[in-house]
Design a protein around this ligand. Structure first.
Ligand code: ADP
Length: 246
């Protein structure tokens, strides 16, 4: 479903991704961990072109893009890739003046041109799926952080993406609200959704990941099944990072 080859990304003179290679099969969960500033979020944002890579290639679903030689994808290719990926942000990014259900409906009506009735019924189903039946008409400020993030997940699912991208989805939450969001993510994984998750939640990585990628300073230090990467990393820097967390 995803294949990334020799991906590079710089911001000005700061090289943030220094040649990243990874692949992910359909229905699998990839968790990206690593120290702050190592390039995790940038890598994730490159997967839906919220950041434009400077070199390398990206395959995702039936999008097949090369950035070598300064090549940039056309508008159509960007749109196609965006529609095929659902992004969940750390800070939810809900429209504050729209209700939960209106937030979930938005892209379906504006981008996918579904009728309002169709979008509303699909959105109600999605809100039920994330455990928010009865909250359809609540505004974001009337919801807890965990509930807002679950709306964020429903919204990301609304366009039927083949891949879900999660950027530290629980980092902004009070500790007691983290579990309800992780539960929804685990449920999605169990249903066979292909997912890439940047997180500091090591327990989630251990329990839900098929593959864990440990990044350090713009490169992948370790990549493999959670038991291997989390318990016996072969790279010294990886071991150091994991020890810091325990
Ligand atoms: P992580 O997610 O591992 O904490 P990031 O991908 O957010 O790391 O950031 C990696 C590096 O890139 C950091 O040094 C950060 O300051 C820098 N960076 C990220 N986004 C931008 C940007 N839009 N402009 C300039 N520098 C950026």
């Amino acid at each position: 479903m995803i294949e990334i080859r020799n991906l590079h990304k710089s911001f000005g003179s700061l090289e943030v991704l220094k040649g990243v290679n990874l692949s992910l099969e359909k229905g699998k969960v990839l968790v990206i961990i690593g120290p702050s500033g190592s390039g995790k979020t940038t890598l994730l944002r490159c997967m839906n072109l919220l950041e434009m890579p400077n070199a390398g290639s990206l395959k995702l679903g039936d999008s097949n893009l090369s950035f070598d030689g300064g090549r940039k994808p056309g508008k159509k290719d960007v749109l196609k890739l965006r529609q095929n990926t659902g992004m969940v942000f750390q800070s939810y990014n809900l429209f504050p003046h729209k209700t939960a259900i209106e937030n979930v409906m938005e892209a379906q009506v504006v981008v996918q041109k579904r009728s309002k009735e169709e979008a509303r019924s699909r959105s109600a189903e999605l809100l039920a799926k994330v455990g928010l039946s009865g909250k359809e008409d609540a505004y974001p400020h009337e919801l807890s952080g965990g509930q807002q993030q679950r709306v964020g997940i429903a919204r990301a699912l609304a366009t039927n993406p083949e891949v879900m991208l999660f950027d530290e989805p629980t980092s902004a939450l009070d500790p007691e609200l983290v579990g309800e969001v992780l539960k929804v993510m685990k449920q999605l994984a169990a249903e066979g959704m292909t997912m890439v998750v940047v997180t500091h939640e090591m327990k989630f990585a251990a329990e839900a990941a098929d593959t864990v990628v440990l990044m350090g300073d713009g490169v992948i230090l370790e990549q493999g099944p959670p038991a291997q990467v989390l318990n016996r990393p072969s790279d010294g820097r990886a071991a150091e990072f994991l020890n810091l967390l325990t």
